[in-house]
Write a protein that binds this ligand. Structure first.
Ligand code: SAM
Length: 275
C-alpha cells in the first residue's frame, strides 16, 4: 500500500511526500506534532500538518535566518530566538562566538520531539551557552532586554504565533534590543501570500529605521521561495561590507560572497512591498 503525507499549502495546492513510515504523532497543548520518514526528503517534522523542516533541505532556512543577521551585526554576543523549538537556528548561531542564546519556545513537546527524532538539528540545545524557556515569546520580550539580535523562527501567523506578526510585538522587540540591535523574522512566501508579506514589511517599517527583506529558495516551503525581513536600529544592511578576511563559517547555502546580494529583490517582490 502506498503511503503519502500531503501538506495543503493553500486549499488548492498540495505538496506530497511518499513516506516509508510514520515515526511519531501526538497532540500537544498547542498543536499536532508529527514525524515522517520519507523516500526523498529524509525525515520531516510537521506541526498541524504543515512542514516545519526536512532533514534534506533544513540547512537553507536555518543558515539564512542566522548568518545574514549575525554577519550584518558583526559582533552579536547575546541572541534571543523565539520559536525555533527544533533547534536548527540555535545550531547555526553556535557557529559564531556568541556568549548567550535564549530560546523561547512555547511548546516543550516540539523540543522533546526534535531531540529524539532530529539529533542533527537539535544538537545545539544542550550547549552551555543556550538557555531554553518554555514560554510565549510575545510576553517574554516585554520582560527581557539587552539582546544584540532577536530571531523570530515561528510558525505561520496562526494560533499562538499570530501576535508575533504585529507592530506592537515589533515595538517590544525594539525595546528588548541593544542600541545596534537587529530583528530578523521568517516572513512567509510572496508567491502565495503576497498581502501578508506586504503587511509584515509595512508593520516592521513603522518601527525600525532600516527594514530590509531578503530571500532564499526553500524547496519544501509553500511557493519554494521564502522571505526573511530584517529590522535594524542603526546598521544599514545594504551598506554593510562583509570582509573577505572573516573566517569562513561551515555552511552549505549561505555564502558571504553573496551576503549583500541576498537583499536584492526580484522586481515582483520589490513592487509587492512598495505598494
Ligand atoms: N521554520 C519554521 C517555519 O518557518 O514555519 C518554524 C519552525 S519552529 C518549529 C516554529 C515554532 O514556533 C513552533 O515550535 C511553535 O511552537 C513556536 N511558536 C509559535 N508561536 C509561539 C510563541 N508565541 N512563542 C514561542 N514559540 C512559539
Amino acid at each position: 500500500m502506498e503511503l503519502w503525507f500531503s501538506e495543503y499549502q493553500t486549499k488548492n495546492v498540495k505538496l506530497s511526500f511518499r513516506i516509508k513510515e510514520v515515526l511519531y504523532t501526538t497532540q500537544s497543548k498547542y498543536q499536532k506534532i508529527s514525524v515522517y520518514e520519507t523516500e526523498d526528503f529524509g525525515r520531516i517534522l510537521t506541526l498541524d500538518d504543515l512542514v516545519m523542516l526536512t532533514t534534506k533541505d533544513e540547512f537553507i532556512y536555518h543558515e539564512m535566518i542566522t548568518h545574514v543577521p549575525m554577519l550584518t551585526h558583526g559582533n552579536a554576543v547575546r541572541v534571543l530566538v523565539i520559536g525555533g523549538g527544533d533547534g536548527g537556528t540555535v545550531r547555526e548561531l553556535l557557529k559564531h562566538p556568541v556568549e548567550e542564546i535564549h530560546l523561547v519556545e512555547i511548546d516543550k513537546e516540539v523540543v522533546e520531539t526534535s531531540k529524539k527524532y532530529f539529533p542533527s538539528v537539535s544538537c545545539g540545545l544542550t550547549d552551555p551557552r543556550v538557555r531554553v524557556f518554555y514560554e510565549d515569546g510575545i510576553e517574554f520580550v516585554k520582560n527581557n532586554k539587552g539582546y544584540d539580535i532577536v530571531i523570530v523562527d515561528s510558525t505561520d501567523p496562526i494560533g499562538p504565533a499570530v501576535g508575533l506578526f504585529s507592530t506592537e510585538f515589533y515595538k517590544n522587540v525594539s525595546a528588548a534590543l541593544n542600541e545596534n540591535g537587529i530583528l530578523v523574522a521568517q516572513t512567509e512566501t510572496p508567491i502565495l501570500f503576497g498581502d501578508l508579506v506586504n503587511k509584515i514589511y509595512k508593520d516592521m517599517s513603522t518601527v525600525f529605521p532600516y527594514t530590509n527583506m531578503y530571500t532564499a529558495v526553500i524547496p519544501t516551503y509553500p511557493g519554494a521561495f521564502w522571505t526573511f525581513t530584517m529590522g535594524s536600529k542603526t546598521v544599514n544592511p545594504l551598506s554593510k561590507e562583509i570582509s573577505s578576511s572573516l573566517p569562513d563559517i561551515d555552511t552549505k547555502y549561505y555564502t558571504k560572497e553573496l551576503h549583500k546580494s541576498y537583499f536584492i529583490l526580484p522586481p515582483f517582490v520589490k513592487n509587492l512591498i512598495s505598494e
